[in-house]
Design a protein around this ligand. Structure first.
Ligand code: SAH
Ligand code: SF4
Length: 366
């Protein structure tokens, strides 16, 4: 399905495309920089606020471009400071954006690290058996502007509460592309969106602080490896053998481990960075001794970090998270063998923070 909005989202424009547009309407090129300054540095929320632009130009921009392509429907705050936003797009599609606050030990809330988790598609076509986003299938790709505006939406919310100067770029520390959808399946919009976040005229947000999570679309991992930016890569492994992975991730039939693992290695080698392997722990599926042993071999061989995530139950799906004792013994086995590993006692469980869950709940109620 394709959605063509009435007006183009301004957050989908780059410096070059905006310059080309201005030239075309007989305006000087330097106006592009002024407009982007208003949007990303001063965070103007209306064309009217852009006081150094001539009024006729502001009027023209108003007709041509959408400055508020997302509307907040719902914000849910959980006990652990995770905030989940349900955003409505122009065609009424619902998209989730999550703000995760991790307070630093001994430091006040003011200095806590903030990670923003963004979505790239409405729904997802990859149908992983455990995932809420995959349940209803794929609806459409988000546009460049819709991806960028999730961050801008958070910036606007944060600007209202933070003491930091707006010009000091974004008030968050990391961006993870781990919300709804498979980012690599929307590569054509993902990359320009990340470049806007990265650009000095945009959010000026470092590529090394942006993590892209993929279920393992091998050709796109290889393509991203050849891009100049140092984006971080996280791969949803969730099974250490084809047999187990195939049970829960249909994508494994298309790109089995013998293709995926070399692609991960290649990414790590070209970027000189450690890759993260995500491993959801699901009871009686992948939490066994044998899975841990095979995972250890893969992680050591790739010199990868393993992020263990106890499964977040999804209403309507039967998968369970293992007991804490079982989670710990899996984790300890990895550590004992020298694997760099963390266990994410997931944030926001009480507001359904795993991808696609808040949307699912809201739609079920409707
Ligand atoms: N499509 C991409 C990114 C979005 S999903 C991917 O699959 O990597 C982000 C992460 O959340 C993935 O690791 C995914 O497997 C995980 N996830 C999905 N449903 C989950 C659930 N119910 N509990 C815990 N993690 C989940
Ligand atoms: Fe899609 Fe990722 Fe969910 Fe799999 S885990 S269905 S790839 S969003």
């Amino acid at each position: 399905m394709k959605y063509i909005p009435e007006k183009k989202p301004i957050y989908g424009e780059s410096l070059e495309s905006l310059q080309a547009y201005l030239e075309q309407i007989g305006q000087p090129k330097f106006r592009a920089k002024q407009i982007l300054d208003w949007l990303y540095k001063k965070r103007a929320r209306s064309w009217d606020a852009m006081s150094n632009l001539p009024k006729p130009l502001r009027e023209q921009l108003e007709i041509e471009f959408e400055i508020a392509p997302t509307k907040r429907l719902l914000a849910k705050e959980s006990a652990d400071e995770t905030e989940k936003l349900l955003l409505e797009m122009g065609d009424r599609s619902l998209v989730e954006t999550v703000v995760i606050r991790a307070p630093q030990v001994g430091v006040g809330q003011q200095n806590s690290r903030k990670t923003i988790c963004i979505s790239t598609q409405v729904g997802c076509a990859y149908g992983c058996k455990f995932c809420a986003s995959g349940l209803a299938g794929w609806k459409r790709d988000l546009s460049v502007g819709e991806i960028v505006s999730q961050l801008i939406h958070v910036c606007h919310l944060e600007d209202a509460t933070t003491v930091r100067a707006k010009e000091e770029i974004a008030s968050f520390d990391n961006i993870v592309v781990m919300g709804m959808g498979e980012p690599m399946a929307n590569y054509k919009n993902l990359l320009p969106a990340l470049r806007i976040l990265n650009a000095p005229w945009g959010l000026n947000f470092g590529a090394r602080r942006i993590t892209i999570s993929t279920s393992g679309i091998v050709p796109k991992i290889l393509e991203l490896a050849d891009e100049p930016e140092q984006f971080r890569l996280a791969v949803s492994l969730h099974g250490a053998t084809n047999e187990v992975r195939e049970q829960i991730m249909p994508i494994n039939k298309r790109y089995p481990l013998e293709e995926l693992i070399p692609a991960i290695r290649r990414y790590g080698q070209t970027k000189g960075r450690m890759i993260t392997l995500e491993f959801i722990l699901i009871e009686a599926i992948n939490d066994t001794f044998e899975q841990a042993e095979t995972l250890i071999r893969i992680a050591l061989d790739l010199n990868a970090h393993v992020n263990l995530i106890p499964y977040n139950t999804v209403p309507g799906l039967d998968w369970k998270r293992p007991s804490i004792t079982r989670q710990d013994s899996f984790y300890n086995r990895l550590k004992r063998e020298g694997v760099s590993a963390t266990i994410r006692r997931e944030k926001g469980h009480d507001i359904a923070a795993a991808c696609g869950q808040l949307k699912l709940k809201t739609e079920q109620k409707e």
